[in-house]
Design a protein around this ligand. Sequence first.
Ligand code: ADP
Ligand code: MG
Length: 226
Amino acid sequence: MTAALALESVTLTYPDGDRTLTALDAVSLAVAPGELVAVAGPSGSGKSSLLAVAATLLRPDSGRVVVAGRDTAGLPERERTRLRREQIGIVFQQANLLPSLTAVEQLLAVEHLRGGNVRAARARAEELLESVGLDAAKRRRRPHQLSGGERQRVNIARALCTGPSVLLVDEPTSALDHERGEQVTALLSEVTRRHGTATVLVTHDRALLGRADRVLTMTDGHLSTP
Ligand code: ADP
Ligand code: MG
């Protein structure tokens, strides 16, 4: 099957005083639609950098990043932004929800930015939130009225709004206890199947890797099979 996300020999450096720090060292990774790949590794090993490059938020020094069949390197910034909005769902560690909006409105805000039909967007938002396990009452709550696990569910539903082919998830359970973390990981596995996303989950918590189709390890910018 064609990969929905492919990184080919990607190298990324950051300036570090008068030297450079190699955060990603010739990293290659291909993820198929409907596949959940977990990347484990200690803090500072390059996991978030990997996601930032895959999300086209950072341009690598060298190598290719192919999203939904398009090589992103040569794309002008506007095209990259559009590809990112349409094809990539991003879930960060902190839910980054807007404090004044209800769960449904968090998703509608995304639709609004895209200029979509409001009524269709509302129906889809309700459906997505339902599918991540939030009942009608919870869908009307604001972030401070939801638990950490529920906020991450909203976050995941929001990332799925645009029907992305790639889902990138950075340490989604770090603010949760083990059981809630396990539930969020199970949800990610289910979402990956149902929506057919090519999902990359990065975590330093090896206890959460059981649901993944494949587990890779990041060590000092090198990605390897354990
Ligand atoms: P992880 O997510 O696995 O903790 P990161 O990708 O955040 O790892 O970081 C990898 C390495 O790159 C670390 O040594 C980190 O200090 C460094 N780094 C990350 N972001 C930046 C940045 N914006 N500027 C300089 N160095 C960075
Ligand atoms: Mg990180």
